[in-house]
Design a protein around this ligand. Structure first.
Ligand code: HEC
Ligand code: HEC
Ligand code: HEC
Ligand code: HEC
Ligand code: HEC
Ligand code: HEC
Ligand code: HEC
Length: 393
């Protein structure tokens, strides 16, 4: 069990940590309780893609259109699915030859909407994916991954999918049963505070009763992590496909991943590591990573949405690369002083994913989503593009 006086020690000490498979919903406090004592962090955290990555569906968080003319996707001639508002509720409705065949509600929204959103519905205690996914860059509905030209409502959602897109879902079926049943109420949506700091009900309870205590108790403090612990707390979800050897949701930040997953030890070429979902795999192949002690937190502030702030990220590069240190960019001669505003587009370009591709209405070939490459390197083609775009060549 995780909730004990020695919580902190247990989390750092790997040896004693193999018995922890049974985290329960009651051990979570929910981030709304953190506001009272950590207001600034809470206020910025709720704007992150992490916080928004799963939510109960509602009018505000579904980004796709319900307006006639923009609310459908055709799977083949005479077969289409429409996003429809009926009363206060939202549905995906399949039509064949103009006749309604099936309607299921939007129950859970997955994805902040930066790239796209996919939607889940409950059937008894099981979760399934709806056939329409929203693809942000095209502002269109499209077919959900795995749905080709058949409109079925039977793609089951597994606990591993939820483990990457939420903080906690309580599974109520036996671990070895093929169909996974979940509680509809014991859910902590989003990659929330307690995903990175561990279940915190005891922390909240203790500090409410002991308002004079200035030292944080019963809580995981990532500032005390080793480099490996820090990396693995992100790698759980940003390290590509991992095959679990323990139930989903039993890994807690600070744990050793290999106690919970069978690690893939084959040496993959960088080109074979997709930009989607594996920032870790690409980063660790970079010279920056190999020749320093960097972690994800060297560049990312977990509590803030810094998307698009390329000058801020460039400052973080210059935490190590400066003219004074003699390891600054040789391109400065070409680019001039403006170089400090954007190291990123030349050294961490957005590249197309081979894993996230969707077929847009009317197209024959699938369109890829592009993502930042974490393989930090010199990309001659990107330099050319940058110089052209900025009229430097
Ligand atoms: C009743 C007040 C109170 C509430 C509610 C509370 N905390 Fe804290 N927390 C503290 C105090 C006091 C500290 C120690 C001083 C500091 O770091 O701010 C602390 C420290 C922390 C730390 C830093 C670790 C450390 O050892 O100092 C983290 C992480 C943390 N809290 C997370 C949370 C999360 C997550 C929640 C909500 C689930 C939460 N806290 C709710 C009072 C509270
Ligand atoms: C429980 C799984 C999980 C963990 C743990 C996790 N992430 Fe994420 N992260 C995600 C998911 C899912 C997204 C995509 C969210 C979305 O847009 O819907 C994401 C998105 C991000 C983004 C992109 C934000 C943006 O604005 O586009 C960054 C940066 C990031 N994570 C960094 C980290 C770092 C650093 C850590 C470790 C301290 C970490 N993540 C831990 C699941 C996780
Ligand atoms: C994606 C992972 C992640 C999430 C989500 C997250 N944190 Fe943190 N938190 C961290 C990391 C990493 C650090 C250590 C940062 C550092 O090294 O300076 C930290 C540090 C802290 C600290 C101590 C340092 C400080 O800035 O006071 C507190 C308190 C804290 N977090 C509270 C929260 C609360 C409250 C939430 C939710 C509203 C939250 N965190 C969400 C990863 C996360
Ligand atoms: C190993 C962790 C992991 C698993 C498993 C996983 N995802 Fe993701 N997913 C991510 C990460 C990380 C991102 C953020 C983009 C990136 O880095 O590729 C993401 C992005 C997304 C997005 C786009 C979010 C946005 O707004 O840009 C959607 C939608 C999504 N995932 C849905 C799912 C669904 C549905 C499942 C299960 C059937 C699933 N994912 C399984 C980690 C995961
Ligand atoms: C924690 C320190 C650190 C940070 C932060 C850092 N780097 Fe590096 N980087 C290094 C080290 C160390 C090397 C190895 C070369 C050397 O010995 O100077 C390196 C190498 C490089 C190289 C040469 C790559 C190659 O394959 O030869 C490039 C390009 C580079 N960094 C760009 C960046 C950019 C862009 C950023 C920000 C996105 C960044 N670095 C952030 C430490 C860092
Ligand atoms: C216009 C594209 C472009 C921009 C912007 C850019 N770089 Fe570079 N960078 C390059 C190219 C091209 C090279 C290879 C130059 C060479 O070998 O002559 C390079 C080389 C490097 C190297 C390796 C130096 C060496 O030879 O050991 C580092 C480190 C580096 N850049 C860091 C940065 C940082 C930090 C920034 C932002 C302050 C930045 N770069 C901005 C294109 C760029
Ligand atoms: C050297 C700096 C640096 C390090 C270290 C770093 N990142 Fe990033 N990361 C960036 C930059 C720059 C971006 C692009 C930000 C943007 O375009 O808004 C980014 C973007 C992301 C995104 C969003 C990608 C997309 O295109 O949507 C994710 C997810 C992410 N980082 C996760 C991680 C994880 C996990 C780690 C550790 C394994 C990590 N990063 C380490 C600099 C870094």
């Amino acid at each position: 069990m995780i909730c004990c006086v020695f919580l902190f020690i247990k989390c750092i000490d790997h040896e004693s940590k193999n018995d922890i498979s049974g985290i329960k919903y009651e051990q979570y406090a929910g981030s709304s309780t953190c506001i009272n004592c950590h207001k600034a962090i809470y206020d910025s955290h709720v704007q992150t893609a992490h916080f928004l990555t799963s939510q109960r569906s509602d009018q505000k968080n579904i980004k796709g259109s319900f307006d006639p003319g923009q609310n459908t996707f055709s799977f083949k001639p005479n077969v289409y699915v429409a996003a429809e508002k009926r009363g206060a509720l939202f549905y995906q409705v399949a039509y064949i030859n103009g006749t309604e065949k099936m309607a299921q509600p939007f129950d859970i929204t997955v994805g902040s909407g930066k790239r796209g959103q996919t939607f889940l519905f409950w059937r008894k205690n099981n979760l399934f994916q709806l056939p329409l996914t929203y693809f942000t860059s095209a502002n269109q509905w499209t077919n959900s991954p795995g749905y080709s030209n058949k409109v079925v409502f039977n793609r089951p959602i597994t606990s591993r999918c939820l483990e990457c897109h939420s903080t906690y879902f309580e599974k109520i079926s036996a671990e070895d049963s093929i169909k996974e049943d979940f509680s509809k109420t014991k859910i902590v949506y989003g990659v929330d505070c307690e995903k990175c700091h561990g279940p915190a009900a005891q922390h909240v309870d203790f500090h409410q009763k002991n308002p004079n205590e200035k030292k944080g108790r019963y809580i995981i403090d990532p500032r005390l992590f080793t480099r490996e612990q820090s990396l693995e707390s992100c790698r759980l979800c940003h390290g590509g496909k991992l095959t679990k050897s323990k139930p989903s949701f039993s890994f807690t930040a600070g744990d050793k991943l290999s106690d919970f997953f069978t690690m893939d030890t084959t040496n993959k070429a960088v080109a074979d590591i997709d930009v989607h979902g594996n920032s870790y795999g690409r980063l660790i192949a970079s010279q920056c990573f190999i020749k320093s002690q960097m972690t994800c937190n060297t560049c990312h502030n977990s509590h803030e949405n810094e998307t698009g702030k390329l000058a801020v990220f460039s400052q973080r590069c210059m935490g190590c690369h400066t003219e004074k240190n003699g390891n600054f960019c040789k391109e400065k001669a070409q680019v001039g002083n403006k170089i400090v505003q954007n190291c990123i587009d030349c050294h961490m370009p957005e590249l197309p994913s081979k894993a996230i591709m969707v077929l847009l209405q009317g197209n024959d070939l699938p369109t890829s989503a592009s993502m930042r490459s974490h393989f930090i390197a010199v990309y001659p083609e990107e330099t050319k593009k940058y110089l052209l775009l900025n009229k430097m060549k």
